[in-house]
Ligand binder design. Structure first.
Ligand code: G6P
Length: 579
């Protein structure tokens, strides 16, 4: 889950690649590097972040460069383990996103033949394998070695004195861009969009040869054409646009994301698979898993369709008996566990549906059908607008099953988000700031919203936070409650209101500071709370949207007050392409 970017054209390639890598840093940011194919081939690579590295490309020049920003898998973050990696002679340089599964066997063989390794990475074997077969034709050398590599890769290769970039893809995303006298190759579209809107998405097995004016692609030794697509995102969508962090920018985009997703799905007539199935299995990771749990509650309660939700990482190795429809939910479309789980579902003869955000991502090649949410590029590692877009897709699917019964309400639901964005949460933030542990609780579909709130809080503020079904909190976590352990409870009107109030009173009796989200004018709730947050649209399903946004903002402002690195939390990456 690293980011790679290559440029070949008439501009100053090292600067262009360095800027592009900054846009890809959300994929990994423990080290970075750039290589240019002069004579000699030159490399700059360093542990740390590109943003902290100053003008590190100043010593490099030329019209061709490849670069990499890393999220360590094999070998600690260090200068030596940073990409690009070179062969023994310094003739070839390679950047790679993915995992070479048979690298240790290959490395043993290469070492036995006299190759000297300078890093602990799996990637370095590629450079040494190329060294053995490269005799001036770089594309031919790449074609020769790839059958020996097992695993996943998106890679870019350059050679000393060669005026091409060779790109290859297998199970890791790789996008090519066609500019005016320049060609680009990148892990995704974000570094390309400011240069050109014309892109092609490579397929597994493709090898491409890039010059400033041409791109030639082959697969299995035969020339192939890939469809040209036009990126419709604005450049601003991949920039901060005046906000201090991508996360808060993306939170504020949510009203548009919600209504754009609903509007587009209505115009597209998505597959009506759900109407015909006896049961649905949902598989996902992280925030997408929480969104899937919301869907389960709504599908069962409103459509009476049995639904189960599984972590993709569990489903893949401990596959339950499964039939009917399996839906994989993944913002990036590249999460390795979700991709593998969908492959396994297909082996069990299930129909598969992907719900994804990134156009042309790997998941849409695996699933029988794909529904695209319309969140646009999400840069902040913590998912926000993609979660809301996932909820929009689910609410639309429910509306389809119910033959338009909720259509009018969906037209206005984005207003719940608008209203939530206006709330002043400073008292709640003050309450969270000194805490070492925070509990988030809810019932029904608000339970996964509580899980998501806790995830946001822990991943960006580093305060330990747990989400719980409110009824479960007395089966263990009660032991931890004290005047230092805030509880954030979502308590909208409805069937579970009474029992939530009892839970809240039980917690109050332990001296726990209570931040309560409930319907405006709910005096009982307000009185018992330490901080009361009126929940816009509490009595409708749009209350789920406003509760989500409130908890995102609470995490954001708490993390900001603690001066955390909000868009790039420690140890995390946005696109987890390893199992
Ligand atoms: C990573 C990200 C999370 C995301 C999860 C699943 O852990 O940091 O924000 O929810 O992956 O990602 P996906 O792209 O499959 O939705």
């Amino acid at each position: 889950m690293c980011g790679i970017f290559g440029y070949i054209g008439r501009g100053r390639a090292p600067e262009i690649v360095l800027e592009g890598l900054k846009r890809l840093e959300y994929r990994g940011y423990d080290s970075f590097g750039i290589a240019v194919p002069g004579n000699p081939l030159q490399v700059v690579k360093k542990q740390g972040r590109i943003s902290d590295a100053g003008d590190c490309a100043a010593s490099l020049s030329g019209p061709v460069a490849i670069g990499h920003t890393r999220w360590a898998t094999h070998g600690v973050p260090s200068d030596a383990n940073a990409h690009p990696h070179l062969d023994c002679t310094g003739t070839l340089a390679v950047v790679h996103n993915g995992i070479i599964e048979n690298y240790s066997i290959l490395k043993r063989e290469l070492v036995a033949r006299g190759h000297v390794f300078r890093s602990e990475t799996d990637t370095e074997v590629i450079a040494h394998l190329l060294e053995e077969v490269y005799h001036g034709d770089l594309k031919c050398a790449v074609e020769t070695i790839l059958p020996r590599i097992k695993g996943s890769y998106a890679l870019l290769v350059i050679a000393r004195g060669d005026t091409r970039i060779i790109a290859a893809r297998q199970h890791s995303p790789l996008v090519l861009g066609m500019g005016d006298g320049a060609s680009f190759a990148a892990s995704d579209m974000t570094p390309i969009v400011e240069h050109t809107r014309r892109v092609m998405i490579l397929e597994d097995g493709d090898i491409a040869s890039l010059t400033p004016d041409t791109i030639q692609i082959s697969n299995g030794g035969n020339p192939v054409e890939r469809k040209e697509e036009i990126i419709r995102w604005s450049v601003d969508a991949a920039r901060k646009g005046g906000f201090p962090h991508f996360m808060i920018k993306e939170i504020f985009e949510q009203p548009d994301v919600f209504s754009d997703t609903i509007r587009t799905l209505r115009s597209e007539d998505p597959p009506s698979l759900l109407k015909e199935v006896p049961q649905v299995t949902l598989i996902a990771c992280g925030s997408s898993y929480h969104a899937a749990l919301v869907f389960k509650y709504l599908l069962e309660e409103r459509c009476r369709i049995p639904a189960r939700v599984e972590y993709a990482s569990e489903f893949r190795y401990f596959t339950p008996p499964v039939e009917g429809l399996v839906i994989g939910i993944t913002q990036s479309g590249e999460t390795a566990d979700t991709l593998m789980a969908l492959r396994i579902a297909a082996l069990h003869n299930c129909s598969t549906l992907a719900i994804a955000n990134a156009v042309g991502s790997s998941v849409s090649r695996i699933a029988d059908h794909t529904i695209l949410m319309r969140a646009g590029p999400e840069i902040s590692v913590a998912a926000t607008k993609s979660f809301i877009a996932e909820l929009a897709v689910f609410l639309h699917l429910i509306d389809m099953i119910r033959e338009g019964a909720c259509a009018a309400r969906l037209d206005y639901a984005h207003r719940a988000i608008d209203e939530a964005l206006l709330l002043d949460l400073s008292l709640a933030v003050e309450c969270c700031l000194p805490a070492k542990d925070i509990f988030f609780v809810g019932r029904g579909a608000y339970y996964p919203i509580a899980l998501e709130g806790a995830l946001k809080m822990k991943e960006i503020s580093y305060i330990h936070a747990e989400g719980y079904a409110a009824g479960e909190i007395k089966h263990g976590p009660f032991a931890l409650l004290s005047e230092h352990t805030p509880v954030i409870a979502i308590c909208p009107p409805g069937d579970s209101y009474g029992v939530m109030m009892s839970n809240i009173r039980e917690m109050k009796a332990r001296g726990t500071p209570l931040i309560l989200l409930g319907e405006k004018d709910d005096r009982d709730l307000e009185e018992i709370s330490d901080v009361f947050i009126p929940l816009p649209w509490a009595s409708s399903v749009a209350g789920l949207l406003s509760a989500t946004v409130i908890l995102q903002l609470l995490a954001y402002h708490t993390a900001n007050a603690l001066k955390r690195d909000i868009d790039k939390p420690r140890n995390l990456a946005k696109s987890v392409t390893v199992e």
